[in-house]
Design a protein around this ligand. Structure first.
Ligand SMILES: Cc1ncc(C[n+]2csc(CCOP(=O)(O)OP(=O)(O)O)c2C)c(N)n1
Ligand SMILES: [Mg+2]
Length: 592
């Protein structure tokens, strides 16, 4: 570690010497929970990269594209508790390339620290390389950004940026360090001591009392959990058991409640959810929502029915009651609030075991019927339900799955059982395709002992699939299951229903073995149901190399999600446009 610790007072560390800005950046990053940085060096960051190459604590990783670097860094924050993903990138072009990943972190509430170089500030010249106002560029997708002016600011600004990224609603932050400040040395007297962030306890006694009262009086309570609840899933399980309440999750929060718990229902609870969830919440008269913002995906395009008795816990005060009015709002960190709610329910002696048994039996029956419906949908391609069941059987409980955005995402959500917190990561609200392949690299680097798999659509794989070369170079055992259907299916299915026609969504045939050969990955093909078990076993065999698995998937049965959201969306159209849509689809059906 770069040390400057000759003497240390309570809040300052003595440095006392000439230091380059790059040395100071390394010094600051080494004190943060940063294990890896991602980025492609350029003339504005070479001094920084030279410093990082000497670090024993931080490993600088070269991706193929800054967007991939950002997705990989995001997955570090999501899958490694307490760690923060970090980018070290060139100004302007590096930042614009990274912006999809930065945006993903922004809308999904994921901390990310972006360090970027900047043009020289010690010369008069204009029109410098990469010369652009970066703070303006990223304004809508970061919590805050800084442009450092001098050496003494570097350590305090990076510490403050980290604190901003992880506190409140977590999110991305950006620090620009002009290249002259990085390259040249200047005297620096001291630096602040780094103090880890602890969530602050809020005084919510009155709200907690009301919440307990409402929950205990409810006849049919339900629980809805999101990513904001991912670190309190044990407490949530106990609350659900005490109340005999079914639990539904968001897409991003699929891992916030174990999929094999008998009270787990599925993603969402609208008509776009699987029957176990839709039925379990049909008579819900009190909803306890934890770490959710009631966004578009998990509500099935806002098509869910939310009872008047909504108890809403979220770290964002703005999210509470934003989409559905809350009777009781508790703004704060779920890690603080949920254990206190559980303690109060326990003290009150809440026990609904008869209700619990009834609810669990209904969920089990509905889940089994839904699985059977899928199992019986057979043709000569790979059945998604049989694939996900076998994958679950072969994977350890704590395996991490990264998914992309597409039909495969919702198939995974409906048919794969996620069992542990932070074991399922998806690009949710910014909803950027191309996420899964690089995210798996970040997840594996942060969790080298754990199995990491990726479910990725063929379209998404074409965006960032060459990032598999990074996994090859780093010797990462990752199984990339490419759902090969030749289409941008999530959209083409969405076109088929209301338009009875597809446009601009056919990919054509891609020879994935050629890509595997080009990057040096293993290639496995799964063409039909009889090849599922063997193919997955081959893909998961440790070899120090990633595997690209070409899964000839059957997309002929639509997910509940797709069917549900299309119906809900059309319902909200003005009458005139609804009639136009329906008659157009009908005419096209008749005329072809
Ligand atoms: C960057 C980006 N472009 C476009 C979209 C719109 N979109 C959402 S899902 C999807 C289809 C993805 O196709 P593929 O990766 O093949 O997955 P599939 O739906 O076939 O499983 C598209 C185009 C998006 N979410 N992100
Ligand atoms: Mg596809």
């Amino acid at each position: 570690m770069a040390s400057g610790t000759q003497t240390q007072t309570a809040s300052r560390v003595h440095i006392g010497g000439h230091r380059t800005g790059a040395w100071l950046v390394r010094y600051a990053l080494e004190r943060l929970p940063v294990s890896h940085t991602f980025g492609i060096p350029g003339v504005h960051t070479t001094e920084l990269y030279d410093e990082l190459s000497q670090s024993e604590k931080i490993c600088a990783v070269l991706p193929t594209h800054e967007c991939c670097g950002a997705f990989a860094a995001d997955a570090i924050s999501r899958t490694a508790t307490g760690q923060i993903g970090c980018l070290v990138i060139v100004p302007a072009a590096g930042v614009t390339h990274a912006m999809s990943g930065i945006g993903e972190c922004y809308l999904d509430g994921i901390p990310l620290l972006v360090i970027t170089g900047g043009p020289r500030t010690d010369v008069e010249f204009g029109y410098q390389l990469h010369g652009i106002d970066q703070q303006r560029l990223v304004d809508g997708i970061v919590k805050r950004s800084w442009k450092v002016k001098e050496h003494g600011e570097i350590v305090p600004v990076i510490f403050e940026a980290y604190r901003t990224a992880v506190s409140g609603v977590p999110g991305p932050v950006l620090v620009e360090i002009p290249v002259n400040v990085q390259l040249f040395s200047a005297p620096v007297e001291d630096a602040p001591v780094f103090t880890p962030y602890e969530p602050e306890p809020a005084n919510l006694d009155r709200e907690l009392d009301s919440a307990v009262q409402i929950l205990c009086n409810a006849q049919s309570p339900g629980i809805f959990v999101g990513w904001g609840a991912v670190d309190v899933s044990d407490s949530i399980a106990k609350i659900a058991e005490l109340l005999g309440a079914p639990v539904s999750t968001t897409l991003q929060g699929l891992s916030a409640f174990p999929g094999n718990h008998p009270l787990h229902t599925g993603m969402g609870f609208s008509r776009a959810a699987i029957p176990a969830a839709e039925n379990a919440f049909a008579k819900c008269d009190c909803l306890l929502a934890i770490g959710v913002s009631f966004g578009e995906i998990p509500t099935g395009s806002f098509g869910c029915r939310v009872p008047e008795d909504l108890i809403h816990i979220d770290v964002s005060p703005a999210a509470i009651g934003r989409n559905f009015p809350a009777k009781v709002g508790l703004a704060g960190d779920s890690r603080v609030i949920v254990p206190r709610l559980l303690a109060r329910l326990q003290a009150r002696g809440a026990d609904q075991s008869a209700r619990r048994a009834r609810v669990e039996a209904a969920i089990a029956k509905d889940k089994s019927a839904y699985r059977d419906e899928w199992r019986h949908h057979v043709n000569d391609r790979v059945n998604p339900a049989l694939f996900f069941e076998e994958l679950r059987r072969q994977l350890p409980d704590n395996a991490i799955m990264t998914v992309d955005d597409g039909n495969h995402t919702f198939l995974a959500a409906e048919l794969f059982e996620v069992q542990h917190p932070r074991c399922f990561v998806s690009p949710t609200d910014f909803n950027s395709m191309g996420y899964a392949v690089p995210a798996a690299v970040g997840a594996k680097l942060a969790n080298p002992q754990r199995q990491v798999v990726s479910i990725v659509g063929d379209g998404a794989f074409l965006m960032t699939g060459l990032e598999t070369i990074t996994a090859v170079r780093l010797g990462l055992d990752i199984a990339y299951f490419v759902f090969n259907d030749g289409e941008l299916s999530q959209i083409s299915q969405g076109q088929e229903i209301p338009y009875n026609r597809k446009s601009c969504t056919t990919l054509g045939e891609v020879h994935f073995h050629g890509i595997a050969e080009a990057v040096g990955a293993r290639y496995v093909a799964i063409n039909n149901n009889s090849e599922i078990s063997h193919g997955i076993r081959q893909a998961l065999t440790a070899s120090g190399r990633p595997a690209i698995v070409d899964v000839r998937i059957d997309y002929s049965k639509r997910t509940r999600f797709t069917k549900g959201v299309v119906k809900t969306a059309v319902k909200t159209f003005p009458f005139r446009d609804k009639a136009r849509f329906l008659s157009r689809a009908l005419i096209r059906k008749i005329t072809g």
